[in-house]
Every structure is written in structure tokens, then in C-alpha cells.
Design a protein around this ligand. Structure first.
Ligand SMILES: [Cu+2]
Length: 175
């Protein structure tokens, strides 16, 4: 009798503490983690942009993605790995000539191309599953967006016509 009750009591305690741990960990991280990522939205000017060969679009999951380092425009974040939770992107357009924007897309498979329309030279943001954006930002100006991000890979992309194809995207990891 005594043995049975003790066992039940111990098992009950174990179950209680396991449940408490399971709930405490994610909720603490989600509520307490606030990260700021500063993003430079840049381009190398009109000559490099007009010299880009649109037959070789630099897009995720395509062979020409290998030439991304030669892209005439892009994003440079100050962090490529951020903790999950609330993430505020503060994006500054350092271009001297044109607007840029920054959409955020969860990426399930980095080897798979995203849905893209070659007529408009834009990503299909809905089909790609975009979850937020810093809308069009003029040269020298800054915009921001705060998103609650789960662990995974995310793309920052500019979807002004032609910019994604010219390599204006980068990947970050949320842990
Ligand atoms: Cu752009």
C-alpha cells in the first residue's frame, strides 16, 4: 500500500515538472526575445545595373545563383543568425538612384526556385508565402517591420521589377 502510493506520488511529481518545463521554455523565449537586425539595401549604380544580363537571373534554387557575389544590388544585414521571437528589421536604402523594398519569405527548401513571373520580372509574393515587408523606400530613407519568427530559414528579397533576378536577396537563419 505505502509503496504504491509513493510510486504514484513520484510519478505525479515527474509528470508535473515535465509539463512545466515543456510550457515554460517556448513561452519564455517567444516573449522575451527581441532582436533588431539592421539591413543595408544597396545597389552599385546605374552602369552595373544596366550591364546585368537578364538571361542569367540570379535566383534561389537556380544554377545562376552561383554568381550571386557579382550581383549589382543586394541586402547586407548586420546579423545572419538571429534567435526566434520578435525580430525588428530596420532597413536603410543606401542607393543613390532608386527605391528598394524588403519582403520576408520563409524558405522550406533552399534548392527549390520560388514562384516567379518572367513577364513582370517579379516574385509571386502570395504563392511564395511572404509574411511581411518594409515597403518601397526612397534613397537615403529607412523603414522597419517587426515579425514574430519561428526557427528556420528566411529570405529577404526586393520585389521591385527585376531586382530579385539581379540578385537582390539574401538568406538568414532563425534559431
Ligand atoms: Cu530593389
Amino acid at each position: 500500500m505505502t509503496t504504491t502510493m509513493t510510486r504514484r506520488a513520484v510519478m505525479g511529481l515527474m509528470a508535473t515538472s515535465a509539463a512545466a518545463m515543456a510550457f515554460a521554455r517556448p513561452s519564455l523565449a517567444q516573449e522575451d526575445t527581441k532582436t533588431i537586425v539592421q539591413v543595408n539595401m544597396w545597389d552599385n549604380g546605374a552602369d552595373q545595373i544596366s550591364g546585368f544580363d537578364m538571361e542569367h537571373r540570379v535566383m534561389l534554387g537556380t544554377p545562376d545563383a552561383a554568381f550571386k557575389d557579382d550581383a549589382p544590388m543586394g541586402f547586407t544585414p548586420n546579423k545572419y543568425v538571429v534567435p526566434h521571437g520578435d525580430v525588428t528589421f530596420v532597413a536603410t536604402n543606401t542607393s543613390e538612384l532608386q527605391e528598394h523594398e524588403m519582403i520576408v519569405i520563409p524558405i522550406a527548401d533552399v534548392t527549390a526556385p520560388l514562384p516567379y513571373d518572367e513577364d513582370s520580372e517579379r516574385l509571386d509574393e502570395d504563392a511564395a508565402g511572404a509574411i511581411g515587408e518594409v515597403p518601397e523606400t526612397k534613397p537615403g530613407e529607412t523603414g522597419s517591420v517587426t515579425l514574430r519568427l519561428s526557427p528556420g530559414t528566411y529570405m529577404l528579397a526586393c520585389n521591385i521589377a527585376g531586382h530579385y533576378a539581379m540578385g537582390m536577396w539574401t538568406l538568414i537563419t532563425v534559431i
